[in-house]
Every structure is written in structure tokens, then in C-alpha cells.
Design a binder for this molecule. Structure first.
Ligand code: NAD
Length: 262
């Protein structure tokens, strides 16, 4: 019996990177999972089937687009209909865009705020009634070190992540008496497609080589000079789902190699 045996989790943006690590960690602990995100249908089906065969739980896929409130509500409804409840909600879908503010496309701003911040509002809004009914729930939002400190050229991302920290605290206060906790996790740099994709724009915005971006921007931000791993972030989320973490709510937990301690 895993620690999440009998529980059901929805993880947004879990077709790659940190989200996939969350989904696998929850499944390893015995939870059924709803995975979500973009990718080729073949790759997504392969990951879904692998979760089921590796861990003996049920895994289903929701194609909900995190810019579309009705699809987000539909994803929560799918989890509740298929499994009976959504006990753990992880708002993790995210994208990044790097550009000087005066060239930042307004439509990119809107897209980043929608995916990285508003989607969490819509998913929490849809999931809380079921959690209240059951009298138990865990809401975890993937924020970022950028919820605490800024970096140049990431105006939308930094704003969305600061917003996630505020949303987390507010929801935590609203649901506290229902045995529902709401926390955010703030990773430093984790080597995922999201980080890799921002390298060319960072090279351009800062006039640096690829090597300089990796060593002098990404790794240099973290006193440990190492990337955080997706599995380390997932292990922290799993702890937040445990009974030992029942009194941890409204917090922003850093896992960033010391970045935000400086
Ligand atoms: P990733 O690119 O590997 O994964 C992002 C996921 O979000 C993918 O599954 C993608 O399909 C999904 N997604 C994107 N747009 C979507 C949409 N409109 N609808 C549904 N799904 C969508 O990136 P990652 O690094 O694993 O990022 C996951 C989260 O972690 C993000 O919120 C990101 O901001 C945060 N984060 C990442 C790092 C890092 O260094 N990688 C650091 C701090 C925080």
C-alpha cells in the first residue's frame, strides 16, 4: 500500500519535465492519475501506458488546453467522473518567453498569464467543491524561484509566478478548515524542454553564447552550481501530500540550490 493508495491526482502539464515526474511519483505512491499537456499522441499514450504498467494504477489523459477555462473544468470533471474524486491537484503547466519589455509581444504576455497563472485559478475553482465534500485535499502549484526574485527579460513569467504565490496563500486560508492544504513549490533551474527552449532568446537578449547562458546565467544563479532534478521536485510534492505535512499550508517551498537565499 503506497502513501497515496486510494487517492486520485490531476497533474496539469504532465506530458514532460517536472509534471511527468510528479505523475510518476504519485502513481508510484499508489494514486490514479490524470495526465495532461501537449505532445504527440503516440508519446503521450506511451507514457500513460507506462505509468499503468510500472505502478499498477489507472492513468487517463485529458487534452485540456490550459488557456481554456471550460476545458480546465472539464479535466477536473473527467477525473471526478472516472475515479470518483480528485484528491490531489497539481497546477504545473507552464511556458516561458524571454524578451526585452519594449519588444515583448502583448499576445505572449496574455498567453503566459493564462497558462502559468489563470489556469491554476480555474482548476482550483473546479476542484475545491469535491475536495470539501470529501473533507481532504492537497493543492500544489508549481511556482518558481521567479516567484521570489526577478530576472531581466522575463516580465510575464516573473509576474505570473509572483501571482501564483499570492493565489496559493489566499486559497490556503479559504480551505484551511476542510483538511485541504494549498502550497507552492519554487524550483530553481531544472533541465527540461522549457529551459532548453529559452536558451536562444536569452543568448540574443544578453548577447551571450550558449555555454555562457548555461554556466553564467543558469548554473551561476544556484550556489550549488547544479541543476535541480524533476524527481527532487516530485519528492517534495509527495511529502506535501503526506499526513506529516497536514499543517504545512500557504507556504512557498524553495528547492533551488540556494538561489533565493542570496
Ligand atoms: P516542460 O516544458 O517540460 O513542461 C511543460 C508542460 O506544460 C508540458 O507538459 C506542456 O505540454 C504543458 N503545457 C504547456 N502549455 C500548455 C497548455 N496550454 N495546456 C496544457 N498544457 C500545457 O517544462 P517544465 O520545466 O517541466 O515546467 C513545468 C512547470 O515548472 C512550469 O510551470 C514551469 O514554469 C515550472 N518551473 C520550471 C523550472 C525549470 O527550470 N524547468 C523552474 C521553475 C519552475
Amino acid at each position: 500500500m503506497g502513501s497515496l493508495s486510494g487517492k486520485n491526482a490531476v497533474v496539469t502539464g504532465s506530458t514532460s519535465g517536472i509534471g511527468l515526474a510528479y505523475a510518476r511519483a504519485f502513481a508510484a505512491a499508489g494514486a490514479n492519475v490524470v495526465i495532461n499537456g501537449f505532445g504527440s499522441p503516440e508519446d503521450i499514450e506511451k507514457e500513460r501506458a507506462k505509468i499503468e504498467s510500472d505502478f499498477g494504477v489507472k492513468a487517463i489523459y485529458s487534452p485540456a488546453d490550459m488557456t481554456k477555462p471550460a476545458e480546465i473544468a472539464g479535466m477536473i470533471a473527467l477525473g471526478e467522473k472516472t475515479f470518483g474524486s480528485v484528491d490531489v491537484l497539481v497546477n504545473n503547466a507552464g511556458i516561458q518567453f524571454v524578451s526585452p519589455i519594449e519588444e515583448f509581444p502583448p499576445e505572449k504576455w496574455d498567453q503566459i498569464i493564462a497558462i502559468n497563472l489563470s489556469s491554476a485559478f480555474h482548476a482550483i475553482r473546479a476542484a475545491v467543491p469535491g475536495m470539501k465534500k470529501k473533507g481532504w485535499g492537497r493543492i500544489i502549484n508549481t511556482a518558481s524561484a521567479h516567484s521570489l526574485v526577478a530576472s531581466p527579460f522575463k516580465s510575464a513569467y516573473v509576474s505570473a509566478k509572483h501571482g501564483i504565490a499570492g493565489l496559493t496563500k489566499t486559497v490556503a486560508l479559504e480551505v484551511a478548515t476542510h483538511k485541504i492544504t494549498c502550497n507552492c513549490i519554487s524550483p530553481g533551474y531544472v533541465w527540461t524542454p522549457l529551459v532548453e527552449k529559452q536558451i536562444p532568446d536569452t543568448m540574443k537578449a544578453r548577447n551571450l553564447t550558449r555555454e555562457q547562458v548555461i554556466n553564467d546565467v543558469l548554473l551561476d544563479a544556484q550556489p550549488t552550481k547544479e541543476f535541480v532534478t524533476s524527481e527532487q521536485v516530485a519528492a517534495l510534492a509527495l511529502f506535501l501530500c503526506s499526513d506529516d505535512a497536514a499543517q504545512i499550508t500557504g507556504t512557498n517551498l524553495s528547492i533551488d540550490g540556494g538561489w533565493t537565499a542570496e
